[in-house]
Design a protein around this ligand. Structure first.
Ligand code: TYM
Length: 351
């Protein structure tokens, strides 16, 4: 069975982008894979060090996982800081990766903007190195994420590849590697190549106020996003106020080109209804937004209200959530320690 890993940061409210781009896919992958889903609390320190509400943020992401249908008994749900092997492997990867690789990350450039080097934490620069460690400390291969994480996953492959090549002789001597193919090249590797899973009709959910901007936790306008904790009335209001253009919906996907807001709303509908955009357009092509929006409101409320209700119920019992995390952390530590033990051997540390 393929091993799936993914993570979500405990910063700010989860929105529809997080749900459709990531969490809904986490749920779908459970049937045919072993899955490890992580609340990446160490990553939360990179952009902002001090969080007064760290505990409740961690519990709220965990509640969203459970409320969406992730089974913490069949799979592993835990928070990153409970498994110190992530940070240990990240340190080694900091020494494998090059500063230039990190500086080229578009998310790093977006987050630092006009700030100078005195204002940006070293952790923010090294962020993708910890992310690679999250995945590779389990030697996981399949990583469901939104489109914005694609570049970070390419970097994880570069780090794995450089580790494999730099330590090739030691990996062979240690006998813990496996033969894999990279393109057509046979490589005796310790770390596998990770595969991003970014497919589906909503890999990048856009702002409801501007179809060219990503839906994000940090947008100043709450009308730009649907939060998982929004009630039905708020969801309806936000969709009614969502930006559109004056034309009727096209009957084919090609007709969405150059219409970012229409494309976004059709993508959201498709992802929620588990249909393709083409199927949605075969139903709504030729119709006005005044017909489509009420249908989208009904669908969104129908799909999100149960998640919302279950999240609230779970948040009332933090003891249960903490038990889930503690149990998941203990199981994750066993797996991560097996890898780290081999990595320490490969490198040649005296134990
Ligand atoms: P984070 O916490 O910013 O977002 C969690 C997940 O939500 C996806 N996402 C979106 N998908 C579609 N449309 C959007 N507008 C949108 N906004 C966010 C993200 O792509 C992500 O899948 N670096 C990661 C967390 C991480 C991780 C990992 C992920 C840490 N280690 C290892 C995978 C594997 C992050 O900050 O996600």
């Amino acid at each position: 069975k393929p091993l799936v890993f993914s993570g979500v940061q405990p910063t700010g409210n989860l929105h529809l982008g997080n749900y459709l781009g990531a969490i809904k896919k986490f749920v779908a992958l459970q049937d045919s894979n072993d899955c490890i889903y992580c609340v990446v609390d160490l990553h939360a320190l990179t952009a902002q060090l001090v969080h007064q509400d760290m505990k409740s943020q961690i519990r709220s992401i965990t509640a969203a996982f459970l409320a969406s249908g992730i089974d913490p008994q069949k799979h592993i749900v835990f928070n990153q800081s409970a498994v110190p092997q992530h940070a240990e492997l990240a340190w080694i990867f900091n020494c494998v990766a090059r500063i230039g690789w990190m500086e080229r990350m578009t998310q790093f450039k977006d987050k630092t903007g006009s700030k100078n080097a005195e204002q940006v934490s070293l952790g923010l620069l090294a962020y993708p190195s910890l992310m690679a460690a999250d995945i590779l400390v389990y030697r996981a291969t399949h990583v469901p994420v939104g489109d914005d994480q694609k570049q970070h996953l390419e970097l994880a492959r570069d780090i794995a590849m450089k580790f494999n090549l730099d330590f090739a002789d030691l990996i062979r001597a240690n006998g813990t590697g496996v033969d894999i193919k990279v393109g057509d090249e046979p490589v005796h590797a310790y770390f596998p190549m990770v595969e991003p899973l970014i497919d589906g009709p909503a890999p990048r959910v856009m702002s409801l106020k501007d179809g060219t901007k990503k839906m994000s936790k940090s947008d100043a306008s709450d009308l730009s996003r649907i939060n998982l904790m929004d009630d039905a009335e708020t969801i309806a209001k936000k969709i009614r106020k969502a930006k559109t253009d004056p034309d009727a919906l096209p009957s084919e996907v090609a007709g969405l080109a150059g219409r970012p807001e229409a494309d976004n709303l059709i993508g959201i509908f498709a992802a929620l209804a588990e249909k393709t955009k083409a199927e949605v357009l075969s139903e709504f092509g030729g119709q006005q937004f005044s017909v489509f929006k009420p249908a989208l409101i009904e669908l969104a409320v129908d799909k999100l209200a149960p998640v919302n209700g279950e999240m609230r119920r779970l948040m009332d019992d933090p003891g249960h959530i903490d038990d889930v995390l503690r149990d998941g952390g203990a199981r994750a530590r066993v797996l991560a320690e097996k890898t780290m033990n081999e990595v320490r051997d490969i490198i040649g540390f005296v134990k």
